[in-house]
Design a protein around this ligand. Structure first.
Ligand SMILES: NC(=O)c1ccc[n+]([C@@H]2O[C@H](COP(=O)([O-])OP(=O)(O)OC[C@H]3O[C@@H](n4cnc5c(N)ncnc54)[C@H](OP(=O)(O)O)[C@@H]3O)[C@@H](O)[C@H]2O)c1
Length: 322
């Protein structure tokens, strides 16, 4: 079958190991379902995989992609939950120490078909297109859990989103605004700041700029480049929710004094549960809120999408269609 996969790793040139070609069609084990992929979206995770982060040499070749929407064997329209955990464990799948994301241990979604445990299928409402639904399982689910589960944000509170252009960051702006939050955003780029405001941010500032107010919570995916600013932007008792470190995990100053003196909370967040994905889908269906697509490409042109993400030339999600 047609597939986009990693053949080798390169930390400097991640696209060197990317192949747009053919792989054997997957076979669904007992209790798993085969999904015919209609749309799949790209995440920074796919670039990390090509750099050899989170993926082992012995797992190659590996079909990339965490996110998909498509049809199950009965023709039902579904969204695929990308977190694969131990079926016997129960509870919050993101806390399962043995969990993995599609394309880490199990073949990913950038292909004609993907197999997943049947419980990982979430019904897709007719109001969402396949392209929109394919944006949800990683970036939008991560944003949903960051804001509402880990961040415990409620209408009227103020949130700061760092690095406005990213896939998770645009999801945070869109979902935060739709849920009645006051949304502030930062970006290094003037054009991205304008677009963040068009998207729903109340105000957008240059990265590192002093804010006119202290915020209730900061949503972090950038890491080293913005960490100090995130800590300094919080009110006493505020919280940072962190799910990524795009600019690197090693800090020049962790701002520990400020963290204890202002009694700040630092909360990690990773992906989300199947239950949260279902809640997110229903939230979009009920509110009419939609993900922001940077561009839609036929999956055969996947290399173009990977190159755009590697170059940072993205505002919103890159979606591949079949
Ligand atoms: N834990 C999880 O479950 C989970 C899920 C999804 C993503 N993630 C992680 O979250 C991060 C973002 O993912 P994504 O898919 O949204 O990636 P992305 O679309 O590539 O996000 C890139 C954004 O990061 C900002 N940025 C990058 N370098 C920066 C720097 N030096 N200084 C300031 N800002 C910088 C940029 O914002 P501006 O250009 O606007 O300044 C850029 O738009 C990644 O590290 C990813 O691995 C984690």
């Amino acid at each position: 079958m047609f597939a986009v996969y990693a053949e080798s790793f390169s930390s400097d040139d991640p696209l060197a190991g990317l192949v747009v070609g053919e792989r054997p069609a997957p076979e669904a084990p007992e209790g798993w379902a085969t999904v015919t992929v209609k749309a799949a979206s790209l995440n920074h995770h796919d670039l990390w995989s090509l750099r050899g982060v989170g993926l082992r040499e012995e797992s190659l070749p590996m079909i990339l992609g965490c996110d998909a929407a498509g049809l199950d064997e009965d023709g039902n329209e579904v969204v695929v939950h990308a977190v694969i955990g131990d079926p016997g464990r129960g509870g919050d799948e993101t806390l399962d120490p043995g969990r993995s994301l599609l394309s880490e241990k199990h073949q990913g979604t950038l292909a004609d078909q993907v197999v997943v445990p049947r419980r990982n299928l979430v019904p897709k409402p007719a109001s969402l297109s396949f392209e929109e639904a394919a944006c949800l399982p990683t970036a939008y689910l991560t944003a949903y859990r960051m804001l509402f589960t880990q961040g415990r944000l409620t209408p009227g509170e103020t949130v700061l989103v760092q690095g406005a252009g990213g896939g998770v960051a645009t999801a945070l702006i869109i979902l935060g605004r739709a849920a009645g939050l006051r949304v502030l955003a930062t970006s290094r780029d003037e054009a991205k700041r304008s677009r963040a405001v068009e998207l729903g941010a109340h105000e957008a500032y240059e990265s590192g700029a002093r804010l006119p107010v202290k915020v209730d919570a900061v949503m972090e995916t950038v890491g080293r480049a913005t960490w100090s600013h995130s800590v300094r932007s919080l009110r006493p008792g505020g919280r940072i929710v962190i799910s990524g470190t795009t600019s690197g995990p090693r800090l020049d100053d962790a701002e520990l004094t400020r963290i204890f003196f202002l009694q700040l909370a630092v909360i990690g967040s990773t992906m989300g549960t199947r239950h949260e994905l279902d809640a997110l889908v229903k939230f979009l269906d009920a509110t009419g809120t939609r993900p922001l697509l940077d561009r839609t490409l036929p999956m055969e042109q996947a290399r173009e999408g990977f190159a755009a993400m590697a170059g940072g030339d993205v505002f919103g999600k890159i979606v591949f269609t079949r």
